[in-house]
Design a binder for this molecule. Structure first.
Ligand code: ADP
Ligand code: MG
Length: 462
């Protein structure tokens, strides 16, 4: 096993994250794990850097068990994870550090300033892999990609704000970072923040009476990129701060780029003046990728690995993981890491086993049949007893088939058990329903989108 090798460390860590991401709530993943990096893999210890002491403490106390389990899954027994705060050499975490790190005047690590050491700072801020060059363009994301390109080329000129909307794991954050890379290259101040960070900083600024410096910092941006705006829902005070920041920048011709995991029309719970501002720019959505695009993405990602991945394996993965590119990437990382650790070739056989594992350790444990029925029922507006009943209306039949499809994909239930849950149907009816959805999902955008949305709800509620 390679030791001290940062590349190896990165692969292992990404395999671990791929597993953990599917087992913990999305919001926890984003808050605590998304901005971690593997530094080295020395002996039996994987050294991970985290942005601040607060994050380190949280991970240590709350997430270490799942992380350790996933690491063992990837690398075998006898290995462990050590945390270190970004830019600090010691791995020791002192509780008194925490207050320093959440101080609003020192915690704002995302701002890039016009300083001599700008490029050094910048390289830490934006994910180096999230560039336009690394983004695979297909029908599903073409419009969002062109919008992002246009904005990066002439900020503030055409589409302001640019709003990117899609389900989770489909490339919003990637495009936001790509714009920031491009803008920074042009010497512009690019400020990227998640809406969650923005909120936390705003609240702290109010508490500590430093709203003026908070404003200054954001308003100095040439391009302000705010990720996951849906986080503003229900946070009236922050909406106020956001609105003023938005206006100040917009009025001085600065570019705003915003992402949302809901359509702007669903953001009506935000203040109307915010939604109307958002709708006034260019709103583009990213659809779930087609099989062809998923394959292209896998090919592009796999070119960075120095190992053979048979075509049939790529096809299997692309067929299996439909809705989420992060998950697609996670499964690729996992099989590569596994084959490297075990010193075996990647084959369809080994991959099937590895993938069964991923499902087994995540979805099936968390998603139960009731949750699926509730989500399907809410999504289509069909009462649960209709799903279980004998009704043959087209919408009811379709909802029932989607329920069958999800029950089979997301749980370990047998066909006859699924039949039982759905009002005593036999196993061949269930199989027929499953096949209907499985075969149509590739061709029918609406159906694919329905299934994706229900899955997203399931991930959020479990
Ligand atoms: P979102 O912000 O929409 O949840 P991300 O931007 O975090 O999704 O994307 C999830 C992962 O998928 C990232 O690793 C990203 O690089 C990758 N990804 C998404 N879309 C593409 C694409 N079109 N080409 C290459 N990689 C992509
Ligand atoms: Mg994102």
């Amino acid at each position: 096993m390679a030791s001290g090798d940062p590349q190896q460390a990165a692969k292992v860590w990404s395999a671990v994250l791929g597993i953990v991401e599917m087992t913990i709530p999305r919001s926890s993943y984003k808050t605590w794990l998304e901005r971690t990096n593997a530094l080295s893999w020395a002996g039996d210890e994987l050294l991970i850097s985290v942005p601040d002491a607060f994050t380190a403490q949280y991970i240590q106390e709350r997430l270490m068990v799942v992380l350790d389990t996933a690491l063992r899954d990837v690398a075998g027994n006898g290995v462990s994870i050590a945390l270190t705060v970004e830019g600090e050499k010691d791995t020791v975490l002192l509780p008194e550090e925490i207050s320093k790190h959440v101080d609003p005047t020192s915690s704002d690590t995302k701002l890039t300033e016009r300083e001599d050491n700008k490029s050094a700072t910048v390289s830490q801020k934006f994910n180096p892999n999230y560039t336009f060059d690394h983004f695979v363009v297909g029908d599903s994301n073409e419009l969002a990609f062109s919008g992002a390109k246009a904005v990066a080329e002439s900020p503030g000129l055409h589409f302001n704000p640019l709003v990117l909307y899609s389900g989770v794991g489909l490339g919003k954050t990637h495009l936001l970072h790509a714009i920031a890379h491009e803008g920074t290259r042009k010497g512009l101040i690019c400020v990227y923040t998640t809406c969650e960070d923005f909120t936390n900083q705003y609240v702290l600024a109010i508490r500590s009476g430093t709203t003026e410096s908070f404003r200054e910092k954001y308003r100095s941006a040439d391009i302000l990129l705010i990720d996951d705006i849906q986080f503003l829902i229900g946070k009236e005070q922050t909406q106020e701060g956001f609105f003023h920041t938005f206006n100040a920048l917009h009025m001085s011709g600065k570019q705003l780029v915003i992402s949302s995991d809901r359509p702007v029309t669903d953001l009506t719970v935000l203040e109307p003046r915010i939604t109307s501002r958002l709708a006034g720019g260019l709103v583009t959505d990213i659809q779930t990728p087609t099989l062809e695009t998923r394959l292209a993405i896998l090919r592009s990602k796999s070119s960075t690995f120095d190992c053979e991945i048979p075509d049939e394996v790529m096809e299997y993965l692309a067929q299996r993981v439909q809705s989420n590119i992060r998950e697609l990437e996670g499964s690729l990382n996992k099989i590569v890491a596994l084959s490297q650790f075990k010193g075996t070739q990647i084959s369809l056989e080994t991959v099937k086993i590895a993938m069964a594992d991923v499902r087994g350790s995540s979805h099936s444990k968390m998603v139960n049949d009731e949750a699926i029925l509730t989500a399907v029922s809410n999504h289509f507006g069909i009462p649960k007893d209709h799903l279980k009943g004998k009704g043959r209306r087209k919408t009811t039949v379709q909802g029932r088939q989607v329920a069958i499809y999800l029950l089979r994909q997301e749980t370990d239930l047998s066909l006859s058990a699924i039949g039982k849950i759905l009002g005593g149907r036999d196993h061949s009816t269930v199989l027929h329903g499953y096949d209907r959805v499985a075969s149509r999902i590739e061709l029918d955008d609406t159906l694919r989108d329905d299934v994706l949305r229900i899955r997203t709800t399931l991930m959020k509620t479990t």
